[in-house]
Write a protein that binds this ligand. Structure first.
Ligand code: DAH
Length: 326
């Protein structure tokens, strides 16, 4: 077997040296590497090799295979360059460069950002590895709150987590900046979840926060209604339902009326509410003087609605057949 491999190598070296043009090279490719090629046949014969010899023989065949493949590719590359240099036909249309495009989630995120920038908000940012304080404690999520359940949170250590929401950016911002505060914070968040069509262990949220003197729930409703109409169309209907979040009081959920071929229904779009005075105290802002509102919602979810996508995993598979549709 060893001699056979050696012989085949010598034969190939002679063949490739004798090949004069691209057609010869292609014929060689088929002769050696094709379905019934000589190197292919060698690999197929492996089953007749004694088990103790297989590692050595296998390695030799692999090396030969690589050598043949690389030599053929190198000759093909040369061939292309020579043709180009010869400038054979200048009237041939040029090669269209492949233009990349922005990921659908990036597009949606930028669209959301643009709307809030027009409304006078700034963009804030925070790390994906967060402290327990920023992700939970300062947001009035006490140690025994169900949101801290090991089921949901991915812990790095006792004190560090992969942020479970973008709300810690509220804390970071208010610790640095005194009111008026007017920010949005888009970003990636993590939860312990088994992937399926509607769950992913990571996804994207957008957070909003406005703190100033004399801010009321009316301001929140006005801004979020404007946002939804800009995002989903001028006749979009929204409703606010009472809800509960530890970091807001009162809290609400905003639903959007959604029409599809199956009829219309209310879909939950985001959580929101008046910033809990305890949260303001935690970051050293006087709740007697200042009040604020906040919201947080899923960017992936908004993209799913806007584009009519039925599986969240499509966003993360990087399949060009999907990505090229946007
Ligand atoms: N952080 C919440 C979540 O991930 C969403 C949320 C609700 C954010 C209400 C807020 C808010 O800022 O006010 O489920």
């Amino acid at each position: 077997m060893k001699e056979e491999i050696q012989q085949l190598r010598t034969q190939f070296e002679a063949d490739i040296a004798a090949a004069t043009d691209g057609r010869d090279v292609e014929a060689l490719r088929i002769k050696y590497l094709g379905r019934n090629g000589l190197v292919t046949a060698l690999s197929r014969n492996m089953k007749h090799v004694a088990p103790q010899d297989r590692p050595v023989i296998g390695k030799m065949i692999n090396e030969l295979n690589t050598l043949v493949r690389d030599a053929i590719q190198a000759r093909k590359d040369d061939e292309g360059e020579t043709q180009q240099e010869a400038g054979i036909d200048l009237t041939l249309p040029g090669r269209t460069p492949r233009v990349g495009r922005r990921h659908p989630l990036t597009q949606i995120r930028d669209e959301i950002k643009q709307i809030f920038l027009r409304l006078g908000f700034a963009v804030a940012d925070g790390p994906e590895v967060e402290t327990d304080f920023n992700n939970f404690e300062a947001l009035n999520i006490p140690k025994l709150h169900p949101a801290r359940n090991m089921q949901d949170t991915l812990y790095i250590s006792e004190e560090l987590v992969l942020r479970t929401h973008t709300s810690p950016v509220q804390i970071r911002t208010m610790l640095k900046q005194k009111p008026p505060v007017r920010i949005i914070a888009p970003g990636r968040v993590y939860r312990r979840d088994t992937p399926d069509a509607s769950h992913s262990p990571f996804f994207h949220q957008i957070e909003g926060l406005l703190v100033d003197e004399g801010i009321s729930m009316g301001d929140l409703k006005a801004i979020l209604s404007v946002f939804t109409k800009e995002m989903f169309g001028a006749d979009t209907k929204v409703r606010f339902r009472p809800s509960y979040f530890p970091f807001t009081e009162p809290s609400a959920e905003m639903d959007m009326w959604w029409e599809s071929d199956k009829g219309g229904r209310w879909l939950e779009l985001l959580g929101c509410g008046m910033v809990n005075p305890k949260v303001l105290e935690n970051v050293g802002i006087d709740p007697q003087r200042y009040s604020g509102w906040a919201f947080g919602g899923g960017i992936d979810r908004m993209a799913i609605l806007k584009y009519g996508i039925n599986d969240i995993r499509l966003f993360f598979d990087n399949d060009l057949r999907f990505l090229e549709q946007f």
